[in-house]
Write a protein that binds this ligand. Structure first.
Ligand code: KG4
Ligand code: ZN
Length: 344
């Protein structure tokens, strides 16, 4: 079946067209992502109204480009899948209304998709050999959780963040080091520039809140802020600044891998998916791969971040499992993924 995916939950407008039939690996026919980073950068975070306006402007353009790249028209589609939540309400609404209009006009079925479920299943889209069950570490700008994934629609929360998400911890720390929003990847690049050097004792961060249930980055964030303030003079030296970035990255990564190793021991599950924007982080990938006897699956770099192929793919799997959507659905800005049982 040919599925059109539409994603507008935050600051990326994305449209994708995939072909997906039974056991044959899904094929991407065309995909487009338009990032709004340059717009939100000057405000230090995503401005929801500006993001919604950009989605409205971008969607028709991206749709036209995807259909033309795939040399298909709307009649050739079998399903339209759109992100219904979680995310920014105004942004979700633009995507939903656009998808409803397309589906109504063309007579095609419509399904609302959970964005986090998209991140979980995107690892299967890019690694067709991956089988259930697996553990999924979802790390993005808005979410940080470990899920025990048994089947499509069967997700149990093992650990979830109590405060900031891992991406937020990266972005806020990057901001303290003087990088513009979103600074996660910039901090990571600086940290990797001194990958071979040891972190000096005075730049090490304390291991805070490690034994609490779920993830917490607030203690680490305070420790980072104090360290930046205390080391202001040393940080004028580029190498010291890079070493502090490395120390921060290592603190965030080990917070994630500590919890992940407990989850692996508790569940006995040795297949691990790492997905969401922060899964692009090299140090995180290496640390997860270094866990004993674990097979790690990560989506392609294009699909680590927000994208529409994962939404189309999730829609296809749920449609194949018997789920049918409707036109009366509203955006769900909070939509826990563990509630996504298949409604056939
Ligand atoms: O999944 P995503 O594209 O959007 C959300 O749903 O949030 O994740 C974006 C987050 C941002 O916080 C960004 O700084 C972070 O992922 N990120 C990184 C890296 N690349 C993106 N964080 C650390 N290292 C990276 N290489
Ligand atoms: Zn995301």
């Amino acid at each position: 079946m040919r599925v059109l995916g539409i994603e507008t939950s935050c600051d990326e407008t994305a449209v994708a067209l995939i072909e997906c039939s039974g056991k044959i690996p899904a094929r991407i026919l065309a995909e487009e992502i338009s990032s709004q980073t340059h717009i939100h950068e000057q405000y230090g975070g995503v401005v929801p109204e500006l993001a919604a306006r950009e989605h409205l402007r971008n969607l028709p353009l991206l749709l036209e480009r995807v259909l033309s790249d795939a040399r298909l028209d709307i009649d050739a589609l079998d399903l339209i899948a759109v992100t219904r939540g979680p995310g920014l309400k105004g942004c979700l609404l633009i995507g939903l209304d656009f998808a409803k209009g397309l589906a109504l006009g063309s007579g095609k079925p419509l399904l609302g998709v959970n964005h986090i479920e998209g991140h979980i299943l995107s690892a299967m889209l890019d690694n067709p050999e991956l089988e259930f069950p697996f553990l999924a570490l979802i790390v993005s700008g808005g979410h940080t959780e470990i899920l025990d994934v048994r089947a499509v629609g069967d997700y149990r929360v093992v650990a979830r963040t109590k405060d900031d998400a891992a991406g937020e911890a990266f972005d806020k720390s990057a901001n303290l080091l003087g990088f513009t929003y979103p600074g996660g990847a910039k901090l990571a690049a600086l940290a990797d520039s001194v990958a071979l050097l040891p972190i000096p004792r005075e730049l090490e961060l304390p291991q805070v809140m490690r034994d609490a249930d779920g993830f917490s980055f607030s203690g680490l964030k305070t420790a980072i802020a104090l360290k930046v303030k205390k080391s202001a003079r040393e940080l004028q030296d580029p190498q010291q600044r890079a070493l502090l970035a490395k120390s921060i990255q290592s603190g965030i990564v080990s917070t994630l891998t500590d919890k992940l190793s407990v989850a692996i021991t508790d569940t006995g599950c040795r297949r691990v998916v790492v997905s969401g924007g922060v899964s692009a982080n090299r140090a995180l990938r290496e640390a997860v791969s270094a866990l004993p006897k674990v097979s790690v699956y990560v989506p392609s770099s294009r699909h680590c971040m927000d994208n529409a192929a994962m939404i189309a793919y999730t829609g296809a799997l749920r449609f194949a499992a018997g789920e049918r959507g409707g036109f009366d659905m509203e955006p769900e800005s909070r939509w826990p993924v563990e509630r996504m049982r298949i409604a056939a």
